[in-house]
Design a protein around this ligand. Structure first.
Ligand code: NAD
Ligand code: UDX
Length: 466
C-alpha cells in the first residue's frame, strides 16, 4: 500500500486549518503543511492569535505546530514535497456569468489544480476536500492529466468534510463518519486505502465509508440539503405555531421523539446562516436544472425560499410589534455570528435583519462576543458595495450586551450565545423605555422570568394566545 508521509493542504480556512491540524495531532509520523495565498491568514496561523475562533483549536495547533504541522505561503514547495494533497479552497456561489446566483464558482479549485499539475515532479494523491458539484473530480483529472510531467500520475479522491463550525474539533476527533470516494480502478482503490490509513490512526474503520467518486460528491450536497430542509420545515411550522398558540419547541420535541425522525436539528430559529447550507442547496438546484429536472430543482429551492421568508418574517414582526414604525428607534441586536461559538458571519441572519431595520431608518446597536467591529462593517456594507457613510449615524457597535441594550426600545436575539441567558435582565429592564420588548429569535431565554420582570417577550414559534 502507498504510505503517506507528507501531506499538503491547499487552503488555510475554516476547513483546511482545523482538519489538517487535527490530522497532524493524531498522526505525529506525518508531516502536514497547510498553505494559502493569503499572507495575513498564514501569519495569523503562525501567531498566538489564530485567524478563526473555534473551541479547542488553539490547543490542537499549539501541540503540533513547529513539530509536524506547518503553515506557509510557499504553495509550490509544499505541493512538490507531498504524497497527498488536500484541496480545501473556497467554492462560493458564482456572482456573475452562467449560473450566477446558483452555481459554485470553481475558479479557486481549478487554479489550485493547475498549480498541482505544474509543480508536481512525482505522482500524487489529490483529495477534493472542498464541497463541489457532482463530477468535479472528472474535470480535475482532465486538468491534471493534460498538464502533468512525464511519469507523474494523479489519483483523485473525494473526501468531503462534515464538520460544523463551533464544534469543529469535537466533530473531527469523533466524526459520525468519514466519507472517501474513489474510482473503482485498482489505483483508485489503492489511493482510497492510503487515505483510509491516515484516518484510521484515530477513527475506527467501521466509521470510514468508501464509495464511488460521484456518490461521495453528491452525498455532501445531499447531507447539507437534508439538514437545512429540517430547519426550514420546523421554521415553516413555527409560523403556524405563532398563529395558533401551539409551541414550536413542544411540537419539535413531540415529533423528534419518533425514532424515525430523531431529535436533532429541529430548533426553530431566525433562519439558518453559515457559508454552506444556502450555497450547497443552490448548487444542488443548479445541478438539477442542468440535468433537466426542474421539479427537483423547485423542491430544493423552496428550502432556501422558506429560510428567506423566516428572516423577513422575524424582522417584520419586530416592526409590526413596535406599532408599525421603527424610524429613529434604538434597537439592540444581540449576536452577529451565524451561530454561537464561532466568529464566522458568512450568510448570518443578523445581516439581513440589520439591513431590514436600517431600511426602516432605525438606529441599531450591535453586540457579539466574537465578531470584530471591522468584520461587522464589511458585512453591513456588503464588502464595500454599499457606502458606509449614510449608515454610520444609524449603527453603534458595542463592547457588551448591556451597553447595546441601554435605552433600546427592542432587544433582538439573533445568535444563541450562552452569555445572553445569564445577562442581568433586571438591570437591562431598568434602563429600557416602556413598553420594553425582547424578541427571542433563538428560543433561548426564560420567557416566564422575563415577563415577570416586565418585558413583553416575543418568541419565534410561540403564540401569545395561551
Ligand atoms: P475559506 O474561505 O475559509 O478558506 C479557503 C482558503 O483557500 C482561503 O484562505 C483562500 O485564500 C484559500 N485559497 C483559495 N484559492 C487558493 C489557491 N489557489 N492556493 C492557495 N490557497 C487558496 O473556506 P472554508 O470555509 O474553509 O471552505 C472551504 C471549502 O470547504 C468550501 O468548498 C466549503 O464549501 C467546504 N466546507 C466548509 C465548511 C465550513 O463549515 N466552513 C464545512 C464543510 C465543507
Ligand atoms: C453545516 C453542517 O452542519 C456541516 O455538517 C457541514 O459540514 C457544514 O455546514 P455549519 O454551517 O458550520 O455546518 O453549522 P450548523 O450547526 O449546521 O448550523 C447552520 C445554521 O443552521 C446556523 O445558522 C444554525 O443556527 C442553524 N440551525 C441549526 C438552526 O436554525 N436550527 C437547528 O436546529 C440547527
Amino acid at each position: 500500500p502507498i504510505e503517506v508521509k507528507k501531506i499538503c493542504c491547499i487552503g488555510a480556512g475554516y476547513v483546511g486549518g482545523p482538519t489538517c491540524a487535527v490530522i497532524a495531532l493524531k498522526c505525529p509520523h506525518i508531516q502536514v503543511t497547510i498553505v494559502d495565498l493569503n499572507q495575513a491568514r498564514i501569519d495569523a496561523w503562525n501567531s498566538d492569535n489564530l485567524p478563526i475562533y473555534e473551541p479547542g483549536l488553539d490547543e490542537v495547533v499549539k501541540a503540533a505546530r513547529g513539530k509536524n504541522l506547518f503553515f506557509s505561503t510557499n504553495v509550490d514547495k509544499a505541493i512538490a514535497e507531498a504524497d497527498l494533497i488536500f484541496v480545501s479552497v473556497n467554492t462560493p456561489t458564482k456572482k456573475s456569468g452562467i449560473g450566477a446566483g446558483f452555481a459554485a464558482d470553481l475558479n479557486y479549485l481549478q487554479l489550485a489544480t493547475r498549480r498541482i499539475a505544474e509543480v508536481s515532479t512525482s505522482s500524487k494523491i489529490v483529495v477534493e476536500k472542498s464541497t463541489v458539484p457532482c463530477r468535479t473530480a472528472e474535470s480535475m483529472r482532465t486538468i491534471l492529466e493534460a498538464n502533468s510531467k512525464p511519469g507523474c500520475t494523479f489519483d483523485i479522491l473525494s473526501n468531503p468534510e462534515f464538520l460544523a463550525e463551533g464544534t469543529a474539533i469535537a466533530d473531527l476527533f469523533n466524526p459520525d463518519r468519514v466519507l472517501i470516494g474513489s474510482l473503482q480502478t485498482q489505483s483508485g482503490k489503492d489511493a482510497c486505502e492510503a487515505l483510509k490509513n491516515v484516518y484510521s490512526n484515530w477513527i475506527s474503520t467501521d466509521r470510514i465509508l468508501t464509495v464511488g467518486l460521484w456518490s461521495s460528491e453528491l452525498s455532501k450536497l445531499a447531507a447539507n440539503a437534508m439538514l437545512a430542509q429540517r430547519i426550514s420545515s420546523i421554521n415553516a411550522l413555527s409560523a403556524i405555531c405563532e398563529a395558533t398558540g401551539a409551541s414550536v419547541d413542544e411540537v419539535a420535541h413531540a415529533v423528534g421523539r419518533d425514532s424515525r425522525v430523531g431529535p436533532k436539528f429541529l430548533k426553530a430559529s431566525v433562519g439558518f446562516g453559515g457559508s454552506c447550507f444556502q450555497k450547497d442547496i443552490l448548487n444542488l438546484v443548479y445541478l438539477s436544472e442542468s440535468l433537466h429536472l426542474p421539479e427537483v430543482a423547485k423542491y430544493w429551492r423552496a428550502v432556501v425560499e422558506m429560510n428567506e421568508h423566516q428572516k423577513d418574517r422575524f424582522a417584520r414582526k419586530v416592526v409590526d410589534t413596535l406599532f408599525n414604525t421603527i424610524t429613529g428607534k434604538k434597537i439592540a441586536l444581540l449576536g452577529w455570528a451565524f451561530k454561537k461559538d464561532t466568529g464566522d458571519t458568512r450568510e448570518s441572519p443578523s445581516i439581513s435583519i440589520a439591513n431590514h431595520f436600517l431600511s426602516e431608518k432605525a438606529r441599531i446597536s450591535i453586540y457579539d462576543p466574537q465578531v470584530t467591529e471591522s468584520q461587522m462593517w464589511l458585512d453591513l456594507t456588503n464588502y464595500g458595495d454599499i457606502p458606509a457613510e449614510p449608515i454610520k449615524p444609524h449603527v453603534t457597535i458595542c463592547k457588551s450586551a448591556e451597553e447595546a441594550c441601554k435605552n433600546a426600545e427592542a432587544i433582538v436575539i439573533c445568535t444563541e450565545w450562552d452569555e445572553f441567558k445569564t445577562l442581568d435582565w433586571e438591570k437591562i429592564y431598568a434602563n429600557c423605555p416602556r413598553p420594553a420588548f425582547v424578541f427571542d429569535g433563538r428560543l433561548m431565554l426564560d420567557r416566564a422570568a422575563l415577563k415577570k420582570i416586565g418585558f413583553t417577550v416575543i418568541t419565534i414559534g410561540t403564540g401569545d394566545r395561551v
